[in-house]
Design a binder for this molecule. Structure first.
Ligand code: C2E
Ligand code: MG
Ligand code: MG
Length: 630
């Protein structure tokens, strides 16, 4: 009697069942189907062994007993085939179609069971082999093969719609099953199909259903993979849900890093106390709570919000980003939902403490706008419709226009000019801003190559650098290469950085600045007077010019306190041997007052708006000559 392999398979399946049921289960369809498959494989192996025993002793056993074991074994093979088919294909169906498929499969299995019951079966034993044969066996092979072929067909045809790891593992299992069946068919003595099936279950376990792999190692919570599958299933079943995402991705403090594990454990145990929520650890620093409805969500959110106003481990205050999704039906599926999640995260003001973002219809509309703006800029870049406008900057010492700021413009398909206010703040959240920045820089270098300083009257051109660019390690290399390819004299370039860049990307920016300064490029600090203006940045960064933002310049004329601040800042900047630019000067009397104040450069509509290159050249020729004549 050859039952060694089957017994090995049985032991394997028992171990898998033990692992699967002792882990907590989130209730995924795939996990339920897998468990059903395991039990089916178990019964198949038990009936395989019992039927071998029964066939061996069929001389002394009543024939109904032998037939019962042999035929029940055949039926378990059909059950296995049908469950494997469902396991391979369930992701393709919504709730209704899934139920319909289960119903159809049950109907086929019932007919197959009836056929197996009533069709004759025969047994063969010789020196080497022991097996059953006859119409009942052939029926089983046909039906089981049908399921396997159906499963293979689905795995291949709907490759893109099925979890790749699932289709891969299921295909592995089918191959194993088929190879074993062929071997067993040609060598009846080798009863390896049962063992091969058990091995297949192990493959699926290792690749897909291992609950350990679906768990976050630190906290024991379900991870992002399970969250995704769970949400996918909810969409398939048309069951709306609500989520609360609590993210610490931006909390970079070293102190928090040091106690990260303790903090995560403390938070995870706090969050799991919400009994009406399923808690997931989506990424290394992000928790997601999933609720049945928005009432549960809001109650929990208010409580959690209060809790986070208090200290955690070792008196640490945490400032998470909360993303609330009251109703999952704003998206059609998980992929769409994820675009809203990512959108909820970008554009967050990094300096803000706690922040909450609600993903609702308004966000959906915003995102559509965001996408269309991105597309607009992308198209303009691809079709080379980006232009630079130059705004002249007047030097109060030289009494002529010695520099200009290059400002990006997009020429729309109808020829009109679109100013940056409409897209720069949007694309600043994406890497498109880098492409735009580099294109502007190339255009500036090409302008400098084409027109000599005598023609333009300019000592240098100021070019804006976005925060995202300042974060790039290779910024200096890229810009130096661009300057080399246009043979640009670095003295003719002045790059404008902002305080936000020096806060967000301090070390990288400093390295880039040092390399560029060494190459000969100068820097300005733009937008001074907005945000958290702090002269410390001027001291630590190699900037040579401080540009007062329009808001600060205008406040100087209107507000007594702002006037005092401005006067002190100017004298401090001058003491540091740096120069000043006032932006946003619109009227003659403003210009005159700034002249008296000792501002070095003045930029504003009083002189000129930003001009297209042709207009700029005309302007500069006329004005610089005029001023010289005065
Ligand atoms: P910014 O760098 O501070 O540029 C100065 C802005 O103030 C320009 O607006 C300019 O037209 C405007 N301005 C100058 N004088 C006056 C005035 O007297 N009155 C008024 N009302 N406005 C004045 P623009 O060209 O619309 O650019 C807006 C912002 O877009 C820039 O502010 C800069 O942050 C960004 N930007 C423009 N070009 C680029 C670029 O090539 N790269 C990057 N990263 N950002 C850019
Ligand atoms: Mg600027
Ligand atoms: Mg500015």
């Amino acid at each position: 009697m050859n039952i060694i392999l089957q017994s090995g398979g049985l032991a394997l399946v028992l171990v898998l069942i033990y692992f699967s049921i002792t882990q907590k289960i989130v209730g995924l369809r795939s996990a339920r189907l897998y468990l059903a498959l395991l039990f089916c494989t178990l019964s198949s192996l038990i009936f395989d062994i019992s039927s071998i025993i029964a066939i061996t002793y069929r001389a002394i056993l009543p024939s109904v007993v032998v037939d019962f074991f042999a035929k029940f074994y055949l039926f378990t093979l059909i059950m296995e085939g049908s469950l494997s088919f469902l396991y391979a294909s369930f992701e393709l169906y919504g709730e209704k179609r899934y139920k319909l498929t289960v119903l159809s499969v049950s109907a086929i299995n019932t007919v197959a069971a009836a056929l197996i019951t009533f069709l004759p079966i025969g047994y063969v034993t010789d020196d080497k082999a022991l097996y059953s044969e006859g119409p009942a066996v052939i029926t089983t092979y046909i039906v089981a093969l049908g399921y396997i072929l159906g499963g293979i067909f689905i795995c291949i045809k709907y490759k893109s719609k099925i979890n790749k790891r699932r289709s891969g593992a299921v295909l592995n299992w089918y191959v194993l099953w088929c190879v074993a069946s062929v071997i067993q068919f040609f060598n009846n003595a080798l009863l390896i199909v049962g063992f091969a099936t058990a091995l297949g279950m192990l493959i699926i376990y290792a690749r897909l259903e291992n609950p350990e792999a679906n768990m976050d190692r630190d906290t024991g919570l379900y991870n992002g993979i399970v969250l995704r599958e769970y949400m996918t299933e909810k969409y398939l079943k048309n069951e709306p849900f609500s989520t609360l995402t609590i993210s610490f991705d931006k909390s970079e403090s070293g102190f928090i890093k040091k106690y990260e594990l303790e903090l995560l454990l403390e938070i995870s145990s706090y969050l799991t106390s919400f009994k009406n929520a399923l808690v997931f650890k989506n990424t290394s620093r992000e928790f997601v709570l999933l609720f049945k409805n928005s009432n549960n969500l809001m109650d929990a959110y208010h409580e959690i919000y209060e809790r986070f106003l208090d200290y955690w481990h070792k008196d640490i205050m945490l400032f998470p980003l909360y993303i609330l999704l009251p109703d999952s039906t704003i998206a059609k599926n998980v992929d769409e939902l994820n675009t809203y999640y990512s959108y909820g995260k970008v554009g967050r003001d990094d300096n803000s403490k706690d922040t909450v973002k609600t993903l609702d219809e308004a966000v959906v509309a915003e995102l559509k706008e965001f996408e269309s703006t991105k597309l607009f800029v992308q198209k303009a870049l691809d079709e080379n419709r980006l232009e630079i406008f130059l705004q002249p900057i007047y030097s109060t010492k030289a009494r002529r226009f010695t520099s200009a700021e290059a400002l990006v413009r997009i020429r729309d398909t109808d020829g009109s000019i679109v100013p940056p206010g409409l897209y720069v703040p949007v694309i600043e959240m994406t890497n498109l801003i880098t492409r735009v920045g580099e294109r502007v820089f190339e255009k500036v270098c090409s302008f400098l190559q084409r027109y000599s300083p005598e023609e333009t009257g300019l000592d240098y051109i100021e070019v804006n650098l976005s925060v995202a660019q300042c974060e790039q390690e290779d910024l200096a290399d890229k810009y130096i290469n661009i300057m080399k390819s246009y043979k640009t004299d670095p003295k003719r370039i002045n790059l404008e950085i902002t305080e936000s860049a020096s806060i967000k990307a301090h070390d990288t920016l400093l390295k880039n600045m040092e390399a560029l300064v060494k190459y000969g490029v100068n820097f300005s600090l733009d937008d001074f007077g907005t945000g958290e203006s702090n002269l410390n940045y001027v001291v630590t960064m190699p900037v040579f010019i401080v540009k007062f933002d329009m808001s600060m310049t205008q406040a100087y004329f209107k507000n007594e306190k702002a006037k005092i601040v401005m006067e002190h800042v100017i004298s401090m900047v001058h003491e540091m041997n740096l120069e000043t630019v006032a932006e946003g000067v619109e009227e003659e009397k403003e210009y005159e007052r700034l002249l008296k104040l000792g501002i070095d450069h003045i930029q504003g509509y009083y002189f000129s708006r930003p001009l297209a290159i042709g207009d700029f050249l005309v302007f500069i020729k006329e004005k610089n000559n005029l001023t010289e004549k005065e």
